[in-house]
Write a protein that binds this ligand. Structure first.
Ligand SMILES: [Zn+2]
Length: 378
């Protein structure tokens, strides 16, 4: 059986890329348990944040805890009006969780029982003005020294339409920033930190984090856990960003119809996949096990709140979604397709998926472990 745990196959990762993965995951790579890590006390987000690295596992490499045999349960606060927690909002949450469980051995399962004693993740409404965020509610020691096990957490959704977190089901409001925010918070839920020494919740809160950039990989092209946009010219490592063939401005911003708002990722990005697999190992749910079509005519599904299988919007470039999305493709099986129109180009500014693709097996993608595509249709 092919080993599709990326942590076992670092390929051509650079020292800075590996350092970023360690910084984000909070654990170092270690040959003792293949694919998993020993702990480091310095040089990680969690040491910066003065907190311990954490996972939902009982120890590194031990799989899902027994209290969640079918996946970590999540539910929505029933006291929040269904006019606020709409099916679209709830399914946006389900998709933000799925985008992670598709690439690492952690799964989530919806329950309508918000008061269950074994509820893992409570989805609640954030206080007005607060950002969408994730909070661990109960951490306890694991058998791995220095590592905590999360057994309960919450995600607070801020759905104030005047804020960039307004609608995680929309790919047009604020350039889809709320989609990014919810996937980012779900990354925190797994135990991932930011990819640099900053946190908007800190007392030292400031508006420009770009001068705190960790290295050239602390940027949203490489991690959805970064705060730093590749177009930010004040970033310490801005000069390492090569924008040729890619375009990080939203379509509306390019046309000057809205204030500039850069495009943000809708999926975990390349280094995030290594970091999540360092904590959890390779995925087990088989969603990305081969035969996937990414993009137009996508066939990649997720389990919706009602239990039905629905198209995962992040990989669906159909009308109504962003058809110039920033996504990272990951698949550990053969016969996958990135489908984008090639014969005709109905709009000069449309149909340019900006993506990076990755596979643990170089022979499964024609251009190797890492592939960045910028499709200009003009
Ligand atoms: Zn964050």
């Amino acid at each position: 059986m092919a080993d599709y745990n990326l942590v076992d196959q670092p390929g051509s990762l650079t020292a800075d890329q590996l350092a970023t993965i360690t910084f984000e995951a909070g654990v170092t790579a270690d040959d003792g348990i293949p694919g998993y890590g020993g702990l480091t006390s310095t040089g990680t987000y969690w040491s910066y944040a003065d907190y311990s690295p954490h996972t939902w596992q009982t120890a590194l490499g031990t799989g899902t805890p027994v209290i969640y045999p079918n996946g970590i349960t999540y539910s929505f606060d029933p006291s929040v009006s269904s006019a606020i927690f709409t099916p679209a909002i709830e399914n946006a949450m389900a998709q933000a969780l799925a985008i992670w469980s598709d690439i690492a051995n952690i799964n989530f399962i919806y329950t309508s029982d918000f008061t269950s004693s074994t509820l893992g993740l409570a989805i609640v409404l954030a206080p007005t003005g607060g950002g969408t965020q994730e909070t661990p509610l109960l951490d306890q020691p694991t058998s791995t020294q220095g590592l905590l096990q999360t057994t309960a957490a919450s995600i607070q959704l801020n759905l104030d339409p005047s804020l960039p977190y307004g609608d995680p089901s929309s790919y047009t409001i604020q350039g889809g920033y709320a989609v990014d925010a919810l996937v980012h918070e779900s990354g925190h839920l797994l135990g991932l930190g930011h990819t640099g020494q900053y946190n908007a919740g800190d007392a030292s809160d400031k508006t420009d984090y770009a001068t705190d950039e960790l290295n050239a990989y602390d940027v949203r092209t490489w991690s959805i856990m970064s705060y730093i946009n590749p177009t930010d010219k004040s970033a310490t490592f801005y000069n390492f960003f090569n924008p040729s063939s890619t375009n990080w401005a939203t379509e509306a911003a390019e046309h000057g119809t809205v204030p500039y708002y850069p495009s943000v990722p809708y999926t975990r990005m390349g280094l995030d996949i290594f970091a999540a697999q360092r904590l959890y190992g390779a995925p087990t749910n088989g969603v990305l096990s081969g035969g996937q079509t990414f993009g137009f005519n996508s066939n990649i599904m997720y389990t919706a709140i009602d239990g039905s299988q629905q198209l995962l919007s992040m990989y669906d470039f159909a009308p109504g979604y962003d058809n110039e999305p920033v996504v990272t493709l990951y698949d550990y099986g053969p016969d996958n397709t990135l489908a984008a129109p090639t014969a005709t180009c109905p709009s000069a500014r449309r149909h340019r998926p900006r993506s990076s693709g990755m596979s643990p097996s170089p022979n499964r993608m024609t251009t190797g472990l890492w592939r960045a595509t910028g499709r200009n249709c003009r």
